[in-house]
Write a protein that binds this ligand. Structure first.
Ligand code: CA2
Length: 154
């Protein structure tokens, strides 16, 4: 019997300062480190028969390069753009050029914070947005991505 082809990985891209998770400001971002989130996300994806490429960068151009890579190599993109979510036209444009589903994730709820966090340049090019649930939000995003990928692949 022919083997079912494996889906390409979900790319999980993390923006500036998220490497500091768990080390500072736990009252806003929780105590889970980015490394722990990476493991949780990989485990959750596995339950859906999917794999994950999990990355973080403090550099806007690096994130743009990874989004371009994900255009052809991923089944979906989950992105926490950190502060670039509110400012980056380059990330907005890179995501616009992507055909796979894009899900925006934030640990905190930016709408409940300072006004400069209220606008996202990622939301208009995302299929959906998950905010305010801490590390759990990444798992909700994996579930959402898996159902989109299965629907597309079905
Ligand atoms: O809530 C989120 O996930 C954010 O993307 C986090 C960004 C912030 O600029 C966005 O408005 C919302 C900041 C990430 C910085 O993470 C830190 C973690 C620990 C200590 C310091 C910063």
């Amino acid at each position: 019997m022919a083997k079912k082809p494996t889906a390409p990985p979900i790319y999980v891209l993390n923006g500036p300062n998220l490497n500091l998770l768990g080390l500072r400001e736990p009252e806003i971002y929780g105590r889970t480190t980015l490394e722990e989130i990476g493991k949780m996300v990989a485990d959750r994806a596995k339950t859906h028969g999917l794999s994950v490429v999990f990355r973080q960068s403090n550099h806007e151009g690096q994130l743009v390069d990874w989004i371009q890579e994900a255009r052809t190599k991923s089944a979906a993109i989950l992105i926490n753009g950190g502060a670039y979510s509110h400012t980056s036209l380059a990330i907005h444009d890179a995501l616009r050029a992507v055909d796979v589903p894009v899900i925006e994730v934030h640990l905190s709820n930016p709408q409940a914070r300072e006004e400069f966090r209220h606008h996202s340049r990622i939301s208009p090019v995302a299929k959906g947005v998950i905010v305010g649930f801490g590390a759990q939000g990444y798992l909700l995003a994996v579930d959402a991505a898996a159902s989109l990928v299965k629907r597309i692949g079905a």
